[in-house]
Design a protein around this ligand. Structure first.
Ligand code: FAD
Length: 554
């Protein structure tokens, strides 16, 4: 496995110094990752820069659903539902190890806004708009059946439920997997590399200003086109380039609570209407944990340090407590929280919740295209549109027509042979029965290593300490740290514990105890000195402290 290897960074930096022109993609979230993969598969010479870690922004802070968007039916956004269900099917085919079916229960209570009949009608429409691509058709279990499916759900006044399938993913790993695949096909992708604007000549963009955040070195890159895919940072990135570009993005904050599965056990995802304002909230099984989210509020503070507040916690916890009364969950049961910003496009006069989730593309004749908005689920088709646009604006690519978009047909690295739920399930079963992994570990190895999972387990079993758990009770092992640095572009302890594994969210101490040893190991692998190790661990501990600051709020 090559992509993201340690030597790869030096090689990638050397390549950027050559004298030819690049298509530059700015932002290593899922949007940028899909653009760079699409471009390289079309034979374009392309490079992506991310100022922090890949998936550092919204793309590691989502609800982790690859979904048709059942709530968009209420807003009659049928086109969006059709596009999203098509993309759900494509992602499950090209990244079967990372995009997995998930069953959902939509409980209906007496006196609720929607009756059983209306929900059944909505789910029938959802199945129809999926055009045969549903994992399974929905059904409408009655109260007794719901009690069996999800016994801890509030039964008082329950009439029945809608039961349907969508998909779930590991958002950060899916972004990294897209980037690994782009690198495998020849793209240059660098994290810790920031973009500071571009220069034009004769009405064309000709060079971009970059900075290596690890060394402080500035770099000028020859370019023939640029795609800004900076999510909530779109306005800042556009202003770098053009001070008069105004404001395109309306960031809205979404916070999630994370519980351990022991305290909040769940077999299926559950769709609930918030007891505060009726918005749709989701309780989602997440490996050894359970997620509950999300809020949707306008956000005007510092975008690089978005955190959950006590108000967010109260808003979410109230709904959990109402619908899962017998669990008696309190603030003390919250393992961790996270918050992210939706990069929504401005729609004056609309509330945060009502603002469209569709994306927008802004293009300039000099070859600079900006894409923002949209959803994780539709990242591939959004990327295709942005790429078509920038190639069309670029004389070089107009003269040399590139091949057609291939991203719906080419599987991601490690995904060959895993195109359907049954293949994935068979591999998962094998990891449990033949290799004696726990179901959580099997799930983790499958998501992290795809069709290489067996080979990786065998290699780890043959390496001293590699199968030792990072934290007792969680599925991650010390071998994952080396793999994240060697193959997965990880450069810091936060990269490893927040985005390549989920120790930050699921460990009772959020990984504080092991953070020193993890920093040390990363330092050894990257050839860092002890000062770096101390600073790196310090950054991680600060990160944990910031995420818990809500506890000190009144
Ligand atoms: P980001 O992931 O934010 O990426 C932008 C990147 O650009 C960042 O990593 C940033 O560091 C980088 N960057 C910024 N400036 C620079 C610069 N100057 N130089 C270099 N790099 C730079 N969608 C779904 O389909 N399903 C869901 O379940 C879902 N849940 C969500 C829940 C929440 C709470 C939120 C907030 C969103 C959710 N979404 C969901 C939407 C989805 O997560 C986002 O649409 C998507 O992640 C946006 O990705 P992006 O790449 O555009 O932005």
């Amino acid at each position: 496995m090559e992509p993201g290897n340690i030597a790869g960074r030096a090689e990638a930096l050397a390549k950027l110094r050559d004298d030819s022109e690049w298509l530059l993609v700015v932002g290593g979230g899922i949007t940028g990752a899909c653009v760079v993969r699409d471009a390289v598969l079309r034979g374009v010479k392309v490079c992506l820069v991310e100022k922090n870690d890949f998936a550092y922004g919204t793309s590691s802070r989502s609800s982790k659903l690859i979904h048709g968007g059942i709530r968009y039916l209420e807003q009659a956004q049928f086109g969006l539902v059709m596009e999203a269900t098509r993309e759900r099917a494509i992602l499950s085919r090209i990244a079967g190890h990372l995009v997995r079916p998930l069953s959902f229960i939509y409980p209906i209570y007496r006196g609720a806004r929607r009756s059983m009949f209306e929900i059944s009608l909505g789910l029938t429409l959802y199945d129809i708009l999926s055009l045969g691509r549903s994992y399974r058709f929905h059904r409408m279990p009655g109260k007794a059946a719901v009690a069996e499916l999800e016994p801890r759900l509030k039964m008082q006044r329950l009439v029945g439920a809608g039961f349907y399938f969508d998909a779930t993913t590991d958002d950060a790993l899916l972004t990294v997997a897209m980037i690994q695949d782009a690198v495998r096909h020849g793209a240059v992708c660098l994290n810790q590399m920031s973009y500071h604007g571009a220069d034009s000549a004769n009405g064309r963009v000709v060079s971009a200003r970059l900075r290596d955040e690890e060394t402080g070195t500035d770099l000028s890159l020859k370019v023939n086109g640029i795609v800004h895919a900076a999510g909530p940072f779109t306005d800042e990135v556009m202003r770098n380039f053009d001070e008069d570009s105004g404001s395109q993005v309306r960031p809205t904050k979404g916070a999630h609570l994370v519980f351990s599965r022991d305290r909040f056990p769940l077999e299926h995802a559950v769709v609930l209407n918030s007891v505060v304002d009726g918005r749709v909230n989701f309780a989602i099984p997440w490996g050894p944990g359970t997620l509950f989210g999300t809020t949707d509020t306008d956000y005007n503070a510092d975008k690089s340090s978005v955190q959950t507040t006590r108000e967010d916690v109260r808003y979410l916890l109230g709904t959990v407590q109402t619908y899962f009364p017998e669990l008696a969950l309190t603030e003390d049961d919250i393992c961790s929280t996270y918050a992210g910003l939706r990069p929504l496009v401005h729609q004056p006069g609309k509330s945060a919740y009502r603002t469209s989730r569709e994306h927008e593309i802004f293009s300039r004749p000099d070859g600079v295209v900006t894409i923002c908005g949209g959803k994780y689920t539709t990242c591939r088709s959004m990327a295709k549109e942005a790429l078509d646009e920038v190639l069309d604006l670029t004389e070089k690519w107009r003269k040399e027509p590139t091949t057609r978009c291939r991203t719906s047909r080419v599987s991601l690295l490690d995904a060959d042979g895993l195109a359907g739920p049954s293949e994935v399930f068979a591999l998962q079963k094998r990891l449990v029965s033949e290799y004696e992994l726990s179901p959580d570990q099997a799930e983790h190895f499958l998501r992290a290593y795809g069709n290489r999972a067996v080979a990786v387990v065998e290699a780890f079993k043959g390496t001293d300490g590699a199968m030792t758990p990072l934290v007792e009770g969680l599925p991650y092992v010390w071998g994952d740290v080396d793999a994240a640095v060697r193959e997965g572009f990880a450069r810091t302890t936060s990269d490893v514990l927040r985005r390549r594994t989920r120790v930050f969210f699921l460990a009772a101490d959020q990984g504080k105890e092991i953070s020193g040893d993890v920093s040390k190991r990363i330092g050894e692998l990257l050839g860092r000195d002890s000062d770096w190790v101390g600073r790196d661990q310090g950054h991680y501990l600060d990160d944990v402290a910031r995420s818990r600051a809500w506890m000190d709020e009144p």
